[in-house]
Structure formats: C-alpha cells, structure tokens
Design a protein around this ligand. Structure first.
Ligand code: PMP
Length: 407
C-alpha cells in the first residue's frame, strides 16, 4: 500500500481524525480493539433509523428486513471462515462468551474425573478461567503447554502432555500479549490423534490472518467482531455440526425452543438452539460490513502492510536504551510488547498518552504469561491496517523522550 492508499483508507475511520492532548491521535492499541470504518457505523445508524424490529418472529416488513439482514451476516461469517454451513455459525457476545459456551455445554457435560484439558501458557484469561470453572464441576484437570524464552510454544512438551486422557485442547491462534502466531494446524492434528477436540481462540487472528476452519479441521473457533473493525458486543462461535448437535443448550429462553410445556421442552435446530432471547441485532448487522471491509481491502494486503510496520517498529524500538522486546522467536502478528529497564510500563503509557499516543500497558489479561517472564506487565504497541511508519516514528521519538526524562 502506498502512503496515499493508507491516507484514503484512514478517511474511512472518523475517530482517527482527532487530537488527543493537543496532538494528532496515534492509535496503537488495536489488539485491545480496532477502530470502526464508516460503513460499520452507518450500518448501526441505518438499522436503528430504518428498520429496527425484533427478528425471526415477526411477519411485518420491518421484522422481515431485520431478519434477512441479520441472517446475511451469518452467511458472510460462514464464507469468512469457510464453514460448511450456516448452522455452524452461532452469534455470541464475543470470544469470551464463545469459550464459556463450549466450557459449559461441552466440557462440563462430557468430561469427567481423570479427563484432561490442555491449554497453553500464552492464553488470555478468557481461555483459562472458563475451563477452570468447568473442571471445578466435572473433576477434570488442566495441563499447560509451556512457553519458550522466545515466546513460542514448546511443541515437544505438548506432545508429551497428550494422552488418551486428553479430551479437549484450547489454544489461541495468536497471542494478544506477544503477537506469537501458533502452529494451530499441527496442534489440532496432534490432538485429533488422541481423540481430543480442539477449540481455537481467534480473538487476535480475525483481522490479520486467513481463517479456514475446514482446512484447519478445528472443532470450535471463536471470533470477536470488535477486534475485526466491527462493533463491540458480538462475535461468532463456529462449531462442527455433529458436536453442536450433541451439546445441550447454553442459555434457555425464547427462540432456542421448538415447543414448550411445563413438563417438557424441545429445542430448536442449529444454530438457534444456542441463541436464546433477542440477540444483539444491530451489532450483528454491522458486523457484516466489518468482514466485508477486511475482505475488500484484502487479507494479504493487510498482512503485508502490518508486517512492514512490525519489522520497522521492532528494529527501531529494539535500538532504544534499556528496552527488552518479548516474543521475538516466532512468526508474529504486528504486536510489539516490551519493557524498559527501571521504568514502570504504566508510567510509559501515561507519558505516551500525554503526547496523543495510545498503547496498552499491564498484563494484557495474561497474568500467567507475565509470571512466566517474571514481569508485572509490558508496554504493547499493536498495529492495524490504518497505521503508518510515521506513527512508528512518533512512538519511537516519544519513547526516547520518556527514557531520557526518566534516567
Ligand atoms: N483471547 C484473546 C487472545 C484476546 O486478545 C481477547 C481480547 N483481549 C480475548 C480472548 C477476549 O475477547 P473478548 O473480550 O472480545 O471476549
């Protein structure tokens, strides 16, 4: 992409065009949430101003339009991850809810004492705690794939953990804290050899990596729309149809039933069995435009631009005095996570904010990973398609000032 291409693309993101603390905003917190293009914002406004209605039940014109538009997103999502059918696409609040759904209605139900769940040392709390909750009630236990010094997973150790006790493996496609891209295909194939099912947390991959659930052969895959240029409050859980069919419902209520009496209830077909109550219609509708934005911009074009920023930022930041970058050994998403000797990440974050630069500081919801590296937290700059080399320069310049000021 040329500078002009990026400038044009930035025009689609109104939030980027503002000053923060007297300077042009430099938004480098994309791993937490990405900004939204006008098409997504407009879709929300259009829905509420044009055809707000509850879906699936109504026969009036607005309800039909809302239903059709909502279901269009399911079709787009199916194509986006190459699922076999829309019955395998369940709308959730995001990755956290997707994982909790599988933990509650698969792990808690089908795993028993002696069974094992394998997760990794790179996981976000949302891919740790739901499994702990499930194991608390079914007596199964959790094993953890260790993280190597370079921020990659120890695959030999993973092989040693696998056994006929392993019933479920849950890992992220890419780490939010370090950017490490995990060898998920290999992880999935090895798990299947011992008969375990695999859930992939795609929170970080959604906007950055191609996703083909059939080629991966994963059993579950979770996405959050808000990290993919889409709205907050929605996302998808992909599950293989045969598994979803044998799983009990997660939530009970309207829409997920066929017939209800006080004695007995029969459940709706997939995917509605897992979508109780009035869903987040507006955000699901807008999610279509986020996926379309990614597809039209082109995932390869995006990946190439972000990789350029990653290489450039890594090179420049690593030259700063006292800086240590974590997770350098792997194929990575455009995330640079670092500490600076003698300066607390929080102080760095505050001083960068004073210059209009938004980064994330802290443990990034991965406390066990921080413990692994014996640190409290890092400063994390994470890039998206609208970021520029100039913004990397602004970050580096500001970091130089912070380091000189604190020394
Ligand atoms: N997993 C990873 C790797 C993440 O980065 C995040 C969000 N930071 C989550 C899970 C949780 O996603 P959400 O908060 O959108 O449910």
């Amino acid at each position: 992409l040329t500078e002009l291409d990026i400038a044009r693309l930035r025009e689609q993101f109104p939030v980027l065009n503002q000053q923060v603390n007297g300077r042009d905003l430099v938004y480098l917190d994309n791993a937490a949430t990405s900004q939204k293009p006008r098409a997504v914002i407009n879709a929300l406004v259009d829905y509420y101003t044009g055809y707000n209605a509850n879906i699936h039940r109504g026969i009036h014109t607005l309800a039909e339009k809302a239903t059709k538009t909502y279901e269009q997103t399911r079709e787009t999502a199916k194509q986006f991850i190459n699922a076999a059918t829309t019955e395998e696409i369940i709308f959730t609040r995001g990755v956290t809810e997707g994982i909790n759904l599988v933990a509650s209605s698969y792990a808690k139900v089908f795993l028993t004492k002696g069974d094992e769940i394998i997760i990794s040392g790179l996981e976000h709390h949302s891919n740790i705690v739901p499994w702990q909750l499930a194991c608390g009630s079914n007596g199964a236990s959790i094993k953890v794939i260790p993280v190597k010094d370079n921020g990659t997973l120890d695959i030999e150790a993973y092989k040693a953990l696998l056994s006929n006790k392993t019933k479920l493996v849950a890992v992220n496609h890419a780490s939010n804290s370090l950017g490490t891209i995990n060898p998920v295909k290999e992880i999935i194939d090895l798990a299947h050899e011992v008969g375990a099912v695999v859930l992939i947390d795609g929170a970080q991959s959604g906007a950055h990596l191609p996703i083909d659930v059939q080629a991966l052969d994963c059993d579950f895959y979770c996405l959050s729309a808000h990290k993919m240029y889409g709205p907050t409050g929605t996302g998808i859980l992909y599950g293989k149809k045969a598994l979803l069919e044998k799983m009990p419902p997660y939530h009970g209520g309207g829409e997920m039933i066929k017939e209800v009496s006080f004695e007995k209830t029969t459940y709706n077909d997939l995917p509605y069995k897992f979508e109780a109550g009035t869903p987040n219609i507006a955000d699901v509708v807008a999610f279509h435009y986020a996926m379309t934005f990614i597809l039209e911009t082109g995932r390869e074009v995006m990946a190439a631009h972000e990789h350029d920023l990653l290489v450039y930022a890594t090179e420049r930041i690593s030259q700063l005095k006292g800086v240590k970058i974590y997770g350098t050994g792997a194929e990575k998403l455009s995330v640079v996570s670092f500490t600076v000797d003698g300066i607390h990440p929080f102080d760095i974050g505050q001083m960068l904010d004073a210059r209009g630069i938004a980064v994330r500081t802290g443990h990034h919801c991965t406390q066990p990973l921080m413990d692994r590296f014996k640190i409290e937290g890092t400063v994390r700059a994470s890039f998206a398609i609208y970021n520029t080399r100039k913004e990397v320069d602004q970050l580096v310049e500001a970091l130089e000032r912070v380091i000189n000021f604190m020394k």
